[in-house]
Design a protein around this ligand. Structure first.
Ligand code: ATP
Ligand code: MG
Ligand code: MG
Ligand code: MG
Length: 476
């Protein structure tokens, strides 16, 4: 297979050579000029079919969406926009595409429309750019941790631990839906299920990750995560990917430093390796902004925003500071918040976005949340009412990272678990890390899709994952 990728062709190094290119037709003009795309870049290669090369019948088959194999000579292009084109000597039609039925016309489609044609949207410029950037970011995740000596630990997808879950879990069972075995009190008897107990899809790999950190010192997991989120928001999916590093001998300060460096690394990597796609999305977003009223437009363009975030330290505040800022804000005084503000609340997306977008105008790390609203494993602070938690809030999204220093003191952890009615017997495996050689340790979870949203500027999380799973939506 001597196929040359279009991205390589467009570099112009093969002028004068004979090449073979394959791809899908984007447009066909004047019975002569074919714009061909193979997904390696948003830029199409112009294929010039000399008059007479194709018969009448074949000319009709070159339609938007059809796939072609083209052989020809790479020549300098006289037209504007690109340096080279291919002067075809042979064109083979690999697959026809009925122009009447093909959903993607050579015009700009709305994101909503493309969400309904999700099986074909990879063939558009917007999604081409988004998913090439997503690919790069995934690669950069592994690079970052590999360079620092972290072990990539695969945590299980099916688990029996439900420590995190507040009714957000997807059950995994092989029991019959009709007449499942029941216990005396009428509840389902999971002892007869495949694993002999009730199991679910993972909502976080953290607890298992901690086991790894207590042996390898530093690990990370990067895998699919599942939450039966019942609300339709622009930042929640039922199936998403999470990156969760876990580090022994780290405190909350080290944790924040690592998370900040990590996010900056990911952005820098994309800026270096996806400049063309980012420029495309920057332009796309700028046009979208123009259609908004002046007051709602963002001050910085996408590229300006990314550059700002890699060049400036994130703001660091406590939860108590955050509440005070919100209480003193014009938004609060004018009753613009839908949810109440008082010490003890869980920050809502509107509060998070106020802090980053209106107040600080940069990413913010919030620490010291009330223990009552955070998970049992977070380390209790000396005040006895807050924990060593940290959330990172990003403009346009709100929370992208949730992390903490973990409670390494067995007695305090056990007390916390019993206060929260978490059965310690079932989590003996977890408590063993505190029984045998416990050490201070910390970690965080970064929602990969929220990171992709941040880097691409896409407003809806459904548009940054190839196959989105949301309530009532699982087409394929
Ligand atoms: P939120 O407040 O947005 O519901 P969370 O506090 O429930 O998030 P965590 O349990 O802290 O989320 O999970 C760690 C990270 O995983 C979050 O900071 C976020 O980036 C990501 N995340 C959580 N839930 C989802 C989801 N349903 N879809 C996509 N990403 C998610
Ligand atoms: Mg949540
Ligand atoms: Mg949250
Ligand atoms: Mg969180």
């Amino acid at each position: 297979n001597k196929r040359t990728k279009i991205k390589v062709l467009l570099s112009g190094e093969q002028i004068g050579q004979e090449v073979t290119v394959m791809g899908w037709v984007r447009t066909f003009r004047n019975n002569q000029f074919i714009a061909l795309n193979d997904g390696s870049t948003n830029n199409n290669i112009q294929v010039v079919a000399e008059l007479g090369l194709l018969g009448e019948a074949d000319l009709k088959r070159i339609t938007t969406g059809a796939s072609l194999k083209v052989t020809g000579e790479v020549v300098a292009s006289l037209g504007k926009g690109q340096a080279v084109e291919v002067k075809a000597t042979a064109i083979e039609i690999l697959g026809d595409s009925d122009a009447e039925k093909y959903p993607l016309q050579p015009k700009k489609h709305s994101l909503e429309f493309l969400r309904e044609k999700a099986h074909l949207r990879f063939r558009t410029n917007t999604f081409g750019a988004v998913f090439r950037i997503r690919h790069s970011l995934a690669f950069a995740v592994h690079q970052f941790f590999n360079d620092r000596g972290f072990v990539y630990l695969h945590t299980p997808i099916i688990t029996s631990s439900d420590a995190e879950g507040a009714g957000e879990m997807f059950r995994v069972t092989t029991l019959p839906l009709e007449n499942p075995p029941t216990q005396e009190d009428g509840s389902i008897d999971f002892s007869e299920d495949f694993f002999g107990k009730s199991t679910n899809l993972t909502v976080s790999g953290q607890l298992e990750g901690e086991l790894g950190a207590m042996a390898f010192s530093e690990i990370y997991t990067f895998g699919p995560t599942f939450r039966a989120e019942n609300s339709n928001t622009t930042r929640h999916l039922a199936e998403f990917w999470m990156i969760e590093p876990e580090m022994a001998f780290h405190d909350i300060e080290d944790n924040m430093n690592l998370a900040e460096a990590f996010i900056q690394h990911l952005i820098r990597y994309a800026m270096e390796h996806n400049a063309e796609d980012l420029a495309f999305l920057d332009q796309r977003l700028a046009e979208e902004e123009k259609s908004k009223p002046q007051a709602e437009r963002s001050e910085l363009g996408l590229l300006e925003k990314l550059r700002f975030v890699v060049e400036n330290k994130f703001e660091r505040i406590t939860y108590t500071d955050a509440i005070n800022i919100l209480l003193e804000s014009p938004a609060y005084k004018k009753k613009k918040f839908k949810y109440e503000v008082s010490w003890g609340i869980d920050l809502q997306s509107e509060h998070e976005r106020y802090l980053v977008e209106k107040h600080f105008k940069k990413p913010v790390i919030v620490t010291g949340y009330p223990a009552a609203i955070k998970a049992f494993y977070m380390r209790m602070n000396d005040d006895g009412k807050t924990v060593a938690a940290m959330d990172i809030l990003a403009p346009g999204i709100g929370e992208i990272v949730g992390g903490s220093q973990r409670e390494e003191r067995l007695e305090i952890l056990e007390k916390r678990m019993s206060d929260m009615h978490i059965p310690a017997e079932e989590m003996s495996w977890y408590l063993d890390t505190r029984r045998f050689g416990t050490v201070p340790h910390a970690g965080f979870g970064l929602g990969f899709e929220r990171m992709v949203q941040f880097v691409t500027g896409m407003g809806n999380i459904r548009d940054v994952i190839p196959f989105a799973r949301t309530p009532k939506n699982c087409e394929f």
